[in-house]
Every structure is written in structure tokens, then in C-alpha cells.
Design a protein around this ligand. Structure first.
Ligand SMILES: NC(=O)c1ccc[n+]([C@@H]2O[C@H](COP(=O)([O-])OP(=O)(O)OC[C@H]3O[C@@H](n4cnc5c(N)ncnc54)[C@H](OP(=O)(O)O)[C@@H]3O)[C@@H](O)[C@H]2O)c1
Length: 253
């Protein structure tokens, strides 16, 4: 049986998930990443990870489809045994998710239901479905947001659900603590990815405005987040659990 650590990163084909997978590889951690739709991108990340010297594989998963989780857990179990020579995962990163603006007067029930399904219900039931597959002493990171602490224009439902993720993280840390499993939330501020139509990467006006609100005076990059998540997952953070770690360059302090 291999003693190399292994992590599952949802939404690992681009953005923060990809940066997390690459940072884990730098730490010598094998990675199973999931993609929702972009299979070719996921395959490219697998190749990058293998070039970095770790074992990697990609599986399809929509975290908003909880009915698919039992079959996903079985597929993952088979992959771990067949490809990684392991029975268990060491780390789980609940990263995959989308943005949707919701303003009073223009919000649809479908937008709210989908945000809830992907950002709250999905991570909870995926944790439940995979709990037996996570090794005692392992660790989990949930993705929160700066928007769970401060109010951004149009982000009421998303930000409130991320505040729910902060509290869910504390409950999961409490429930899984007896097994030595740590659970922490990493809360990025605005980061230049495809998220929200790529506004924080491509819209100079929005970038300048958000940079002016940050103590460090710029927008974050995926590489500001991936290594932090890898560190929080690692034994270097072994006495940290149930915490929300904001990585926003000091936005709206
Ligand atoms: N970027 C920011 O400013 C920021 C700030 C705070 C928190 N976050 C959080 O960080 C996480 C990642 O954001 P990002 O900036 O990396 O976004 P991104 O660049 O848009 O990438 C999103 C990733 O999530 C996957 N995904 C989307 N919907 C999914 C679903 N229903 N089920 C499973 N996977 C899904 C995508 O897969 P496909 O490509 O296959 O669709 C993709 O891999 C999200 O949870 C987001 O809420 C982002």
C-alpha cells in the first residue's frame, strides 16, 4: 500500500482548484481532481501534475447533483485501489462552484436553488458520502469567500451561503474531530479567475476598485490561494481546525 498522501479536489481543472492541485503536487501529494464539464482541461491538468512528479487522475462530478454521489464514491474507491494503491483519501477540497448575482427584484428561484445546491448542500452531502473514504487524521478544506464577511453588490445569496459554509465547517470539524480529521474554510477575496465571467481578471474598472479596498493594494491571483490550501491541508497546520482563514490581501479590514 502506498504511503504517499492523496487529495481529492473538486473543480480542479481551472482557477483555484487547478492552483490547489499544482501546489499539492509541489508538496508531493497525489491528486484526484474533478471537473463538471471541461474534460479536456482536466486532462491537461492531470498531465501537468504527472510532469510535476505525482500520480493524478480526473473524474466527472457535478457537486450540485447529490443523487450522483453514491456512484461517484464507488468510482473513486475503485480508482484509489486500481490506480493509487490506496484504500483512503487524506484530503478533500470542496472547491468546485459557480457565481450568480442575485439582486432584490431580479432574482429567480432557480438561481437560488442552484447556488444552494452547489455551494452548501453539495459539500455537505459529498462529505457524508466520502466520510468513510477519508483516512483518520486527514483534513478537509471548504471554500468560503470574503463575501461571507462583507456585503458585495449583488452577492446576497452567494455570500450568505458562504457564511453558511463557514458555520458548516465548524460543525464538520466538531463531528469529524474524534477521528483526527481537521476541517477548515479558506475564504479568498477577489481572485483573477474565470469566476463570475472573469470580471476580476478582465474588467479594469472592477479590478482597480477592488484593489483600492485591499490593504495590499491588488487583486489576488490563483497562486495566492493554492499554496495556502495545500498548507492548511498539511501536517504543518495540524493544530488548526474549525477555522475560517481569509486570504483577501486585507480587503475591507
Ligand atoms: N475567484 C474568486 O474571486 C473567488 C473568491 C472567493 C471564493 N471563490 C470560490 O472558489 C471556488 C473556485 O472558484 P474559481 O475562482 O476557481 O472559479 P472558476 O475559475 O470559475 O472555476 C470553477 C471550477 O469549479 C468547477 N465547477 C463549477 N460548477 C461546478 C459544479 N456544479 N460541480 C462541480 N464543479 C463545478 C468548474 O468546472 P468546469 O470547468 O468543468 O465547469 C471549474 O473547475 C468556488 O467555490 C468559488 O465560490 C472564488
Amino acid at each position: 500500500m502506498s504511503d504517499t498522501r492523496i487529495a481529492l479536489v473538486t473543480g480542479g481543472n481551472r482557477g483555484l482548484g487547478r492552483a490547489t492541485a499544482l501546489a499539492l503536487a509541489e508538496d508531493g501529494v497525489d491528486v484526484v481532481l474533478t471537473y463538471r464539464a471541461n474534460r479536456a482541461e482536466a486532462d491537461d491538468v492531470v498531465t501537468e501534475l504527472e510532469k510535476a512528479g505525482v500520480r493524478a487522475a480526473a473524474l466527472q462530478l457535478d457537486v450540485g447533483e447529490v443523487g450522483s454521489f453514491p456512484a461517484f464514491a464507488e468510482e473513486l474507491r475503485g480508482l484509489l485501489r486500481g490506480t493509487f494503491d490506496r484504500d483512503r483519501l487524506d484530503h478533500l477540497v470542496h472547491n468546485g462552484g459557480h457565481a450568480a448575482l442575485t439582486r432584490l427584484g431580479a432574482t429567480t428561484v432557480e438561481d437560488v436553488d442552484r447556488l444552494y445546491a452547489v455551494h452548501f448542500k453539495g459539500p455537505y452531502f459529498l462529505t457524508q458520502a466520502l466520510a468513510d473514504l477519508i483516512a483518520d487524521g486527514g483534513s478537509i478544506v471548504t471554500l468560503s469567500s470574503g463575501l461571507s464577511r462583507f456585503a458585495g453588490d449583488g452577492w446576497a445569496i452567494y455570500g450568505s451561503l458562504k457564511a453558511g459554509v463557514d458555520q458548516l465547517t465548524r460543525y464538520l470539524a466538531t463531528e469529524l474531530g474524534p477521528r483526527g480529521i481537521r476541517v477548515n474554510a479558506v475564504a479568498p477575496g477577489p481572485i483573477a479567475t474565470d469566476f463570475g465571467g472573469g470580471t476580476m481578471r478582465d474588467d479594469e474598472g472592477a479590478r482597480t476598485h477592488m484593489a483600492s479596498l485591499a490593504a495590499l493594494g491588488r487583486i489576488g491571483e490563483p497562486d495566492d490561494i493554492g499554496p495556502l490550501i495545500a498548507t492548511v491541508l498539511s501536517d504543518r497546520a495540524r493544530w488548526v481546525t474549525g477555522q475560517r482563514l481569509e486570504a483577501s490581501g486585507g480587503t475591507l479590514l
